[in-house]
Design a protein. Structure first.
Length: 478
């Protein structure tokens, strides 16, 4: 005898459903509606309850019990069922085989209104290259170069590497003039091999248009590292220009595009759908709601339930219906459990993080997942799955739900402060500093200490890097 842990298919499905964000859950439901004929939906939720209805067991029939060890039959689909019974009239089986007409039209309309995919950078450049007047050999060399340009517009492969991509190798004497022609295509700066060449191509185009960018070209050619280090007085001394002239030239350079290839094609921004909405009611109490109104009301067809109990029906058809009824009930139960668990977790989170709703990230408190799990009465892994990939809409904005779980420290007044709150306070201190005399890390430590937050200098440097804040020397404004 031995002990081992086994998860039934029902538990596995419940864990998967719990971890899905709202958009992914909608996709999962759509897939199940397509594959499971006994599962039906109704928009608006007119039914009084979404709880799964247990199939009744008639005298003389074996009860439908799912074995805990699971099997392929638990989730299997008899794909040939539709083909076998598609042309037979089964008494009492009057259920649509497809989605309702109004649902199908809505999906088709959404597909019809979706924007067409934009041109890629390669397609955009090839379209221009077809109209460039040159000989056939240079045209082939240019096409080879265009196919090696990365989506951000840079040519990171060397000409020697590009040369051996064909048999016989393309001579460098053809690739060099072809590269110069490709670099004249739109967007300007494309096919550059490094940042300096990219900026110089754009400045050269402005010079060809009549703009006086001689100082800008000089700065990019010889002082790019000094500009990065904010060493403006040294640049002014070495060029013989005033500090104001250098600052104006750098302002012009800052408007150039370091990644010209990204100008072509639509860069889709991720769509964030909040899984939870947290707000206040009329009495000022915290209210947690799940915006699952977009989810359809799911139920098992009564016609199929009747067929599952009808011993006069074909045995294979009845077994198929019984398996799909179990699968549908598992899905409905898992969705209900997901709603309950997520709501309970969020309620416990904002019972601790109430100040966040009024003062924002600076008021975050330390909150381990284990504490929330103990209050909800579930395992910490369940809490982790409940918050994975989900976002919460608050009066302060939309935030990842996982952000509210973190460690922290205690202020001199004995108040618990989360690490994310310290990061927000650090950013506030830097934003309020005198840019002519920016604060170094030691001074930031002192400024936070005045707010009661004791933190090491190395931690300040770490948080600056995480927030993308440069050191004091680079933040100085001349």
């Amino acid at each position: 005898m031995q002990q081992e842990m086994r998860l039934s298919p029902r538990i596995i499905q419940a864990m998967e459903i719990l971890q899905l964000p709202l958009a992914a859950l909608q996709e999962r439901i759509d897939e199940e509606l397509q594959s499971n004929p006994v599962l039906e939906m109704r928009e608006g939720g007119d039914e009084p309850s979404t709880a799964p209805e247990a199939p009744s067991v008639e005298r003389g029939e074996q009860p439908m019990v799912v074995r805990e060890e699971g099997s392929d039959d638990d989730f299997g689909r008899l794909d040939d069922f539709s083909n076998e019974y598609a042309h037979e009239d089964i008494e009492g089986l009057d259920v649509p085989r497809h989605a309702p007409i109004e649902d199908r039209d809505r999906k088709l309309d959404a597909m019809a209104n979706a924007p067409a995919p934009g041109l890629t950078l390669t397609e955009h450049l090839m379209g221009q290259w077809a109209f460039v007047e040159t000989n056939a050999q240079t045209r082939s060399a240019g096409e080879l170069i265009i196919n090696n340009i990365s989506p951000d517009g840079y040519l990171r492969a060397t000409l020697d590497e590009i040369s051996v991509q064909t048999q016989p190798p393309t001579p460098l004497e053809l690739l060099r003039p072809a590269l110069r022609l490709v670099q004249t295509l739109d967007p300007i700066g494309v096919a550059a091999r490094d940042l300096k060449e990219c900026l110089l191509l754009q400045l050269s185009a402005e010079a060809d248009g009549g703009a006086d960018v001689s100082l800008e070209i000089q700065l990019v050619s010889y002082f790019l590292r000094d500009i990065e280090g904010n060493r403006l007085p040294q640049i002014a001394r070495r060029t013989g220009k005033t500090l104001e002239q250098i600052k104006k030239a750098i302002a012009v350079i800052s408007h150039l595009n370091p990644r010209p290839g990204l100008l072509v094609g639509e860069q889709a921004s991720p769509i964030i759908t909040p899984d939870i909405i947290v707000g206040y009611d009329d009495q000022g109490e915290i209210v947690v709601t799940l915006p699952d109104s977009t989810l359809p009301y799911l139920y098992v067809s009564k016609t199929y339930r009747k067929m599952a109990r009808d011993r006069a029906a074909d045995r294979q058809a009845r077994q198929f219906v019984q398996k799909n009824i179990r699968s549908a009930e598992w899905l409905i139960s898992a969705i209900l459990q997901r709603q309950h668990t997520v709501k309970r977790v969020v309620e416990e989170v904002f019972a601790v993080q109430r100040d966040f709703l009024e003062a924002g990230p600076e008021s975050l408190k330390p909150l381990p997942m284990g504490d929330v799990a103990a209050r909800v009465g579930v395992h910490v892994a369940t809490v982790s799955r409940a918050v994975a990939g989900k976002y919460v809409q608050t009066p302060c904005g939309i935030y990842p739900l996982r952000m509210f779980f973190s460690g922290g420290t205690t202020t001199s007044e004995g108040q618990d402060v989360a690490w994310d709150a310290i990061k927000a306070k650090l950013k506030e201190v830097v934003d309020a500093e005198d840019k002519a005399h920016p604060l170094n890390d030691d001074q930031i430590v002192k400024a936070l200490g005045e707010s009661g937050i004791t933190i090491a200098r190395r931690t300040i440097a770490k948080y600056r890097d995480l927030l993308g804040i440069p050191p004091a020397r680079k933040r100085k404004a001349y």
